[in-house]
Design a protein. Structure first.
Length: 121
């Protein structure tokens, strides 16, 4: 997949991770949008029309599984990567496929791993 012309949305309540991913994708000249809350993303996602969404599973208010379901209902062709690093989240990563995720990634990952994952979608 040529991801240079793709729009990527990142949703994670961990601001430091979002910042690292945002900088990494911008260095690769990839259009990226970052949200720390699912509700903020849902309010803007229709205007963005992303090709790929990378979302954490365990987040406040609306969790990643519910978010994945909402995305899948709205955008059937969107590629969804679910990620989590805590113990509760690890259990949910398997469930994320049932909710519509295309790929799951366990935190911590290196940036090249996530880049290759996106290319292979």
């Amino acid at each position: 997949m040529d991801i240079k012309n793709k729009k990527i949305v990142i949703v994670d309540d961990e601001e430091s991770l979002c910042s690292v991913l945002e900088k990494f994708f911008k260095i690769k000249n990839i259009e990226v949008y970052v949200f720390n809350r699912v509700t903020e993303c849902l309010n803007q996602i229709d205007d963005i029309k992303p090709d790929i969404v990378i979302t954490d599973i365990v987040m406040p208010n609306i969790d990643g599984l519910e978010f994945i379901m909402k995305l899948r209902k709205k955008f059937d062709s969107i590629k969804i990567i679910a990620m989590s690093g805590n113990i509760v989240g690890k259990k949910y990563l398997d469930t994320a496929f049932e909710f519509g995720a295309d790929v799951t990634i366990k935190k911590t990952f290196d940036l090249e791993e996530i880049y290759q994952t996106i290319i292979n979608l």
